[in-house]
Design a protein. Structure first.
Length: 536
């Protein structure tokens, strides 16, 4: 049941637009959501994806049907009996791509990168107040990452918001926050993005960071109070099942919660389905074939859980760092996820303190302190002198060194000695000419070397600053900014990921081609460049 909360609306929009948004905000939360394309289209969906009608599997799941999907499926079952049946023609006849109203965009090479980013916000802006195929209506305008990603993605949005803040676009930040409040009311959590096929999983929980960011520009207390019900819903999603968890539940795990031998509760990435991802069906089937005798449902669950992590894909989740078919994401307790939940618990506790609710404040502070103690116990690898993930099945740390190991600095849960060791390892092993590699493994996966990513650079820079390592943070910042600006000078665009080992080359790897745009690169680069503007 949605809760009534105080409104903080500093957004000034035309009356007609306000009415339309209000209708979605109220009536939309009560309307049933359509089925995911794979569920509604059955055999037709499998045929299109497996026969590679489109090179990118996401293309088909994003198309809009010209009629009811069940009826299209029935027509397919009849027409495919014809010896001359043409699958491509059938799809083109029954589906079309949604064309947003933004004008086509061409970069102006004469503009600085900073000007380019400011101009690009309007190009990446979308408004969708009506369900269109798999695209779910949300009340307010939003910024998309770009390229193949034309939805309001969860963790991307926080880093996009950093750039919007740098450009004083607080109106759009508030729009996007209200969209997330709407999604939480409608679904009980924030899905990966506003697509029907993403409704079984979330992404790294940065919502409390978004709330704090917005609070910097508004009345801090009122902002925290307004979004408290939504932070609580977010929290309940990630800890669902903790009251009923016992030893019979999957060896101490239930959904996204894991109970460790000492009774500590930590979180893992998960998904509510055990089928191939609709947007990557062909790739998931190929991985299952490669895995051989491995339980396919567990494999699909692990692939989906890695997608929820945002790190899709990385050696971080593999038993064999070179082989994706050895993925076992749901066996792993991730250090970054639990640091983000520590921040969420701490923010809720602080908000209750502002409400003069000391008992509830103490309750969530206890949750946060218990999580912090568990992070320190299970995820600090003394031999590596670095924070790593924990495999609760083998009851051992994974030993994989990744940039997730800087999240304890970002969340301020590391000791000064641990922070010093992490800083030394970052400078020694991760820092390359163009910035920070994501892992020390090179295997063709996009969340491995030689790629560097904007969000992880922001986390590393801010985490190091929290512990006074300003020199190293500045060194990383300069390398990363130089890489982004170098690509912009050569290509007149921002891209999703970068090759930081050889910064004159573009990033690569993964299931799809390098994407232009690109929301979180724009956001982090704008925020970092803005720091220099303020220092002048």
């Amino acid at each position: 049941m949605a809760r009534k909360i105080p409104k903080l609306s500093s957004i000034r929009i035309p009356r007609e637009e306000a009415i339309k948004s209000a209708l979605v905000n109220t009536a939309g939360a009560l309307m049933l959501t359509k089925s995911s394309p794979d569920e509604a289209l059955g055999d037709l969906f499998a045929a299109v994806q497996q026969h590679r009608v489109y090179d990118d599997g996401k293309t088909f799941v994003d198309l809009i049907p010209r009629g009811r999907m069940k009826q299209i499926q029935k027509e397919y079952l009849i027409e495919k009996q014809d010896p001359n049946f043409d699958l491509h023609e059938f799809v083109n006849r029954h589906f079309y791509a949604f064309q947003h109203t933004s004008p086509s965009y061409h970069s102006d090479a004469n503009r600085s990168a900073r000007e380019h980013i400011a101009q690009l916000w309007s190009v990446l802006e979308r408004r969708n107040r009506r369900d269109r195929g798999s695209l779910i209506a949300i009340p307010y305008p939003y910024i998309v990452p770009g390229g193949r990603f034309s939805e309001q993605f969860y963790w991307d949005s926080y880093f996009i918001m950093l750039g919007l803040a740098a450009d004083n676009r607080w109106d759009m930040i508030e729009n996007m926050m209200k969209n997330y409040a709407y999604m939480i009311r409608k679904f009980g959590f924030i899905p990966t993005a506003n697509r029907t096929y993403f409704l079984s999983r979330s992404q790294p929980p940065f919502f409390s960071h978004m709330v704090r960011l917005l609070a910097k520009n508004q009345n801090r207390t009122l902002t925290l109070l307004e979004y408290l019900p939504y932070m609580l819903s977010e929290y309940r999603f990630w800890v669902k099942g903790r009251r009923t968890l016992d030893e019979r539940d999957e060896g101490g795990a239930l959904s996204r919660i894991v109970r460790l031998p000492d009774g500590a509760l930590l979180a893992r990435y998960y998904d509510n389905k055990t089928t191939p991802r609709p947007e990557s069906l062909r790739e998931d089937l190929e991985t299952a074939e490669q895995a051989g005798e491995k339980d396919s449902e567990k494999l699909y669950l692990d692939l989906r859980a890695a997608a929820e992590s945002g790190w899709d894909f990385s050696s971080r989740w593999f038993t064999d760092p070179q082989d994706i078919s050895t993925i076992h994401t749901t066996d792993i307790i991730p250090v970054d996820l639990n640091c983000l939940l520590y921040h969420l618990e701490s923010t809720i506790a602080e908000t209750y303190q502002l409400m003069f609710q000391p008992l509830l404040a103490r309750k969530f502070n206890r949750y946060a302190e218990k999580r912090k103690a568990a992070i320190m116990k299970y995820m600090w690898d003394d031999s590596q002198q670095f924070f790593v993930d924990y495999d609760f099945r083998t009851e051992q740390r994974t030993g994989r060194l990744t940039l997730a190991g800087v999240f304890p600095l970002y969340a301020r849960v590391a000791t000064p000695a641990q922070a010093r060791a992490v800083a030394e390892r970052i400078e020694k092993d991760f820092l390359k000419e163009g910035g920070l590699i994501t892992t020390l493994v090179e295997n063709g996966q996009q969340w491995d070397s030689p790629n560097g990513w904007a969000p992880l650079h922001w986390i590393a820079i801010q985490g190091l600053r929290e512990y006074g390592y300003h020199g190293l943070a500045e060194k990383i910042k300069k390398a990363w900014v130089s890489t982004c600006l170098g690509v912009y000078e050569r290509e007149a665009k921002m891209v999703e990921k970068y090759n930081v080992v050889e910064p004159h080359k573009l990033g690569g790897g993964g299931e799809y081609t390098l994407q232009d745009g690109f929301g979180w690169t724009n956001g982090v680069l704008a925020a970092l460049l803005r720091e220099d503007e303020h220092s002048v």
